[in-house]
Design a protein around this ligand. Sequence first.
Ligand code: ADP
Ligand code: MG
Length: 437
Amino acid sequence: MSNPQIQVDDLKVIYNKGKSNEVRSLDGVSIRIYPQEYIIIYGPSGCGKSTLLYSISGLQAPTEGDVTISGKKISQMNKSEMVDLHQSVVGMIFQAFYLIPSLNIVDNVCLPKVFRGESKSIRREAGVKLLHRFSIVEQASKFPSQLSGGQKQRVSIARSLINNPNIILADEPVGNLDSDSAENVMNILKELNEVDKKTVILVTHNAEHLHFADRVIYMKDGKIIREEVNKEKRPEDAQKEEIEMKTEDLTYELKLLMRTFKNLSTSQIGSLLVPFKASQLLTHVLYDLNQEQIDVAGAFLKEVLFGNISVESLQKSIDMDYDKGGAGWNKQRAGSFAKRVEGVLGQVENLKGGQGGKAAASTVGYLVDTFKLKLDDETKKRFSSFIRMRIENKLDRFALQERLDASRILGGVSLHKNTAEKVSREMEIIMLLKYSQ
Ligand code: ADP
Ligand code: MG
C-alpha cells in the first residue's frame, strides 16, 4: 500500500531541443500519487498542465525522465501493456468531450469496449448502466449534437468509466460548461473518488475548484512550484520515503528525443486517441521546421533571387545536413519547396519577357494548373482578362480577389473564396518579384 500508484521522475518534455525556439513544456517534474488520491494540477495557461496529464496517460512521450504506473515504467511497456494502460488502467475526460458525432450516445460510451472483442449486447448493457447512473439514459439513442454541454460531459465521463479503470484523468473538464453543469460534473468526479475509490487527477486553472482536492500541485513554466495538502491520504511512510527519494542517486535513462507514437496501433487503442493524435501531428508538422532550418533556407533563397545560385542548387542546399552547410530539411519538403519557387520564378521571367497577351496567357495557364481551377469558356475568358488587368496594373490585389470571388451573374469568375485569395496572393508575389528583381 505504501507504493505510489503513479510516479513521475524528473520528467522533461522539450520541443525543438537546443534550437533558438526551444520550448520546455515540462522542465524536470517529479511527483508521487497514491491510490485513491484526488489531485488537482493548477496553474496558468501554458504552464504544462496538459502535457503532464498526457505524459501520465502515456500519450505524450517524454524527452527525459520516466512515468511509472503501478510499478511499471511506461517507457518499458510493450504494445499490449500500452493498450491495456489506455483501455483499462486510465480513463480520460477532455474539455472538448471528443464524442464521435456519427455515433449515438450509448455507442459513444461503449466505444472503448469495441476493441476488446465483447459482444454488442454485453457492451450496451454496461453502457446503459452508466447512462442510468449519470441520469442521461433517456438520451441513449440520440446523437451528441442533440445534447447540452453538461450532458455531453456526463457522456464522456461514462465513456471513461466503461472499462472500469482505477485512474481518471480530466483535462479542464468543466472549462466549457455553465456553472450548474460545472458543479454537477465536479460532484460526479468527487463521487468517483470517494465512493468508487478512483484516483482522480484533475487539471484546472479555476481556483474555485481547489477545495475538492486532497492535494493541489501548483505549476508554473513547466515546473512544480508548490504543493498544498488539504487531506492527508498518503500512507504514513510516504513522507519519509519522499526525503530518501531526493537523496537517492537516480540514474535516468536519456530517452530518445521526441519519441513518437509509432509503437501504438490506432485500431487497438481506438478512436479516443484520434483527436489527441491529430492535434499532436498537426503541431508536429507545423513545428517540423525549426527557426534555424527556415532561416538557413531563407538565406539560400536570397542567393537565388540575387541570381547567384540556381533553383536546383537551392533544392540541394536545403536538403543537405547542417554540418555540411545545408538547411537540414528532408528531401520531399526540399523538392516541393523548390518546385514552388521554380514555378513562381518561371512566371516572373515570363512576364519580364513581355507583357503582351502571350505572356499573360502563359501566367493564366500556370495559375489554372497550380490551383487546379475548373473554368468553362466564359469564366476562363473573364479569368484571363482579370489576370491581364492585374499584370498591367489596372487592377490592384484586392480588386482582383473580389472579381475572382464574385458570382457569374455579377460578372465574376465565381471561384471559391479561399481559392480567389490564394490566386491573388500568388499574383502579388509574382508582381513583387518582377519589380524587385
Ligand atoms: P497548459 O495545459 O498548462 O495550458 P500545455 O501543457 O498545453 O499547457 O503546454 C505547455 C507549453 O508547451 C506551452 O507553452 C505550449 O505552447 C507548449 N507546447 C505544447 N505542445 C507543443 C508542441 N507540439 N510543440 C511546441 N510547443 C508545444
Ligand atoms: Mg491545457
